[in-house]
Design a protein around this ligand. Structure first.
Ligand SMILES: [Zn+2]
Length: 77
């Protein structure tokens, strides 16, 4: 099961184990505040998500965290 990185405005970054098909967390399990998922690109670089609107690109290895469509080959969108 992959581990996703989230960024909570109160608690900072934390990791959560989720299945690939699971919906991204929208609230922190610790404090209940809004969280953003931090998308790790194929290069290993950390790319900030776009506030939950990157759902189109949720795959095993997300290639982008942008709200707009991605034209990079790994994504396929
Ligand atoms: Zn929190």
């Amino acid at each position: 099961m992959p581990t996703y990185l989230y960024d909570c405005e109160e608690c900072g970054e934390f990791e959560a184990e989720q299945s690939i098909s699971a919906a991204a967390l929208s609230h922190c399990p610790t404090c209940g505040r809004d969280v953003r998922r931090v998308i790790a690109g194929a290069t290993g670089a950390i790319v900030r998500g776009g506030g939950g609107s990157a759902r189109h690109c949720e795959r095993e290895t997300p290639c982008c965290g942008r709200a707009t469509r991605c034209d990079k080959p790994p994504c396929g969108h």
